[in-house]
Design a protein. Structure first.
Length: 99
């Protein structure tokens, strides 16, 4: 429950900022891309209907790989099963089930 409350508190703060990026250069580049509207802020990604009902969010990473940005999200459902999703970080990105 604390994790959910902490997340609810942090989401408004993250509305204009990306999640943790893999290194400092990527972090600066990601932040600038969110500010100019090229990447979706985390709050916008988490509001996508395809992510509803997956459980509690327990980890978020923003990765730059093969010339594209992806949010890597990990959820834990009520039975304790971990569910990973990889979302293209652009505003029109789509989810990819990893596990």
């Amino acid at each position: 429950m604390r994790r959910v409350l902490a997340l609810l508190f942090l989401i408004p703060l993250m509305a204009g900022a990306p999640a943790h990026a893999d290194d400092d250069d990527d972090h600066d580049e990601a932040h600038e891309a969110v500010e100019r509207g090229a990447l979706a802020p985390l709050a916008e990604v988490l509001a996508r209907p395809e992510l509803k009902g997956l459980g509690d969010l327990v980890r978020v990473r923003l990765a730059h790989e093969e010339g594209r940005w992806v949010y890597r999200l990990r959820f834990v459902d009520p039975s304790g099963v971990l569910r990973d999703r990889e979302i293209d970080a652009t505003r029109d990105g789509s989810p990819h089930k990893r596990r």
